[in-house]
Design a protein around this ligand. Structure first.
Ligand code: BGC
Length: 618
């Protein structure tokens, strides 16, 4: 029987169109982390149980009660999760000092094993003021260009290393199927064929082909597995006493194993081949069982099946979502194959519980030894165990942080990620000789909306969150200050040569971005209406983390460009608007029309406005 789901699965093989450049990466050599086992065994034999458990414990630095706890609990890793910032500010020096302070203390412990310090550098070193911010993955997916994605990741790794940090929780190789999910923009594409090329390209850029390169950071491929396949309505409750739900995030992915492998695991095998040293199991469940506690997923499929020799880091407090009390939760997760736990707060409790579990025989010592060996393998591969190389920050890298060279790479990413959805009457490219351009819309001069979630704040922030070039500023650079009028509501449109109206979503991250309604805001529609009613050509630029419903503006806009979340380099948007760069971007997600009753692309109620791969040029 040819069910809609079957047809949908069959169609997947067609979706890799345009991925020819992928071959550039086919020859990369897999890292065999087990080659470090002789050194690892020697070190392991000197370690006490406490020292081993410490390697498996990752507190968020903001919850570290005092610096000496690094020694007392033999902590092997720290993270700065969303909003876990240095107390002195988000500038480059404060972040570097934060890292150096912890690392210097770790170097004074008995075994002097350096920390791996993790941070969500998901599209640039996005927690740090002055960083180069790239397009979110949804935009990079539209480039279909693995070399470019690798270059972006290289810049990110260099900027992360400028702060000393050595581990990025990136790339996200999710394959989102329902665009109502708040993490849609973290995925390169709805198509596994795109993700399986661009994910490993990002790994290659971050790790630079060799983890002991002083500019490399450890990649963390996430979220394993099926994070983008959760069933609408199965997401996390908003609070314990409210039936209200975030409909998708951290929900249940109800698919058979063949579908799980075909769609959601697509990025993992190639990323492992590319040498990814860490992988983050996901918050979501697979057919009712939480991934963080699934022996089948973590050990049978990922470690034994896909041959992953690096280590697994849990998601933030994800272990706490397993059934039972905390001790039972820890036992289930570690026995399933989790190697390091992002605790993040109650690290003393975690440490003591895991120790008791080993003493009671509920977690075998062989599992602890395996987990610690995996962590140490990666630390050896990173060159951290080489006493000749200081793991403290190389502050000479500060001079290239957010540099013109780095921004040029981001600008190229922006250019290639723009997708021209519509272009009637050759409205685009806009003539540089246009006598007057009206720049309108609430996002025209809003770097926060242009960057989206994860910039400086976990949720991102509308407004002046970070330095960068807005679309308005970029247009002014092209045609000069005098010929540009800025009016967010498009007032004063009469008589201008063309209006550019920049509209879309405001920032969000994770579950806070789950939406049931994908329509444009009334204010955005009003701005387009106002421009159109002046009888001038109207170009709409949409800044959003996913396709949104544009039916109401479609007949009024002469041209529409989907810019997704381009980051700090608005010049790349202007390059496409004025034709300095002829558009090449192709949709990495299907774009739905407003009469859809579902926004999961495999549901029968999904109605397509623009097909996957759509993108005009001139
Ligand atoms: C997210 C991860 C992230 C982690 C650390 C979690 O809430 O799901 O993607 O890496 O936090 O900040």
């Amino acid at each position: 029987m040819d069910t809609p789901r079957r047809q949908f699965l069959a169609s997947l093989t067609l979706l890799g169109a345009g991925m020819g450049k992928a071959k550039a990466f086919a020859a990369a050599k897999p890292h065999h982390f087990s080659k470090y086992d002789p050194q690892v065994r020697r070190l392991l034999s000197q370690m006490t149980l406490d020292e081993k458990i410490g390697q498996m414990t990752q507190p968020d630095q903001q919850y570290l009660q005092n610096l000496d706890d690094l020694e007392k609990y033999h902590i092997g890793s720290l993270l700065s999760g969303g909003d876990s910032d240095p107390k002195s500010g988000n500038d480059l020096v404060s972040w570097t000092d934060l890292y150096d302070g912890y690392q210097a203390r770790a170097l004074k412990t008995r075994l002097r094993i350096p920390l791996v310090y993790g941070v969500d550098a998901v599209y640039g070193h996005n927690n740090v003021l002055g960083a180069t911010i790239f397009p979110h993955n949804i935009g990079l997916g539209c480039t279909r260009d693995p070399k470019l994605v690798e270059s972006a990741a290289r810049v990110t790794s260099e900027e992360v290393r400028a702060t000393g940090m050595n581990w990025a929780f990136s790339p996200c190789v999710t394959v989102p199927q329902d665009i109502r999910w708040g993490r849609t923009y973290e995925g390169f594409s709805e198509s596994p064929d795109v993700v399986k090329i661009l994910g490993p390209a990002a790994v290659h850029g971050l790790q630079r082909g060799s983890l002991d390169n002083p500019l490399a950071v450890l990649a963390c491929v996430k979220h394993f597995a099926g994070d983008g396949g959760t069933t609408f309505g199965s997401g996390m409750p908003k609070s314990n006493n409210s039936p209200d739900r975030y409909p998708l995030d951290q929900g249940d992915t109800r698919v058979d194993e063949a579908t799980m492998r075909l769609i959601h695991l697509a990025g993992y095998g190639p990323s492992i081949e590319m040498g990814a040293g860490s992988i983050m199991p996901s918050y979501n469940s697979w057919n009712g069982e939480k991934c963080s506690g699934s022996h089948k997923l973590l050990t049978d499929i990922l470690k034994n099946g896909l041959g992953f020799e690096g280590f697994l880091i849990s998601d933030y407090a994800a272990v706490n979502q397993l059934p039972g009390d905390y001790k039972q939760q820890i036992a289930q997760s570690i026995n399933a194959g989790m190697d390091m736990v992002m605790v993040p707060e109650h690290y003393v409790e975690f440490f003591n519980n895991l120790k008791t579990l080993v003493d009671e025989g509920k977690v075998p010592l062989s599992r602890i030894d395996d987990a610690v060996s995996r962590i140490l393998r990666v630390k050896f591969a990173m060159g951290l165990m080489n006493a000749a190389h200081s793991p403290l920050a190389d502050r000479t890298l500060h001079k290239s942080f957010g540099s013109a060279e780095h921004r040029a790479v981001a600008r190229q990413c922006v250019r290639q990620s723009m997708v021209v959805l519509k272009n009637d009457n050759h409205t685009l490219p806009i003539s540089r000789a246009a006598s007057r351009i009206l720049v309108a819309g609430r996002s025209a001069h809003n770097i926060g909306n242009q960057c989206g979630g994860w910039t400086i704040r976990w949720q991102g922030q509308t407004g002046d969150v970070i330095e960068g070039t807005t679309v308005l500023a970029a247009i002014r650079k092209v045609v000069g200050q005098d010929r540009v009028t800025h009016a967010p509501d498009a007032s004063g449109a009469a008589g201008v040569s063309v209006a550019v109206v920049v509209i879309g979503e405001t920032p969000y991250a994770e579950f806070m971005g789950d939406r049931t309604d994908l329509h444009l805001a009334a204010e955005d529609i009003a701005a387009v209406d106002a421009a159109k009613s002046a009888g001038i050509p109207v170009v709409v630029v949409i800044l959003s983390g996913r396709p949104v419903i544009i039916d109401k503006i479609l007949p009024k806009a002469d041209a529409i460009v989907a810019a997704f979340l381009p980051g700090t380099e608005g010049d790349g948007v202007a390059d496409v608007l004025f034709g300095t760069y002829k558009p090449t971007g192709k949709l990495s997600y299907t774009w739905p029309s407003g009469d859809s009753t579902s926004f999961n692309r495999s549901d029968p109620g999904y109605k397509t406005l623009f097909k996957f791969g759509h993108g005009l040029t001139y």
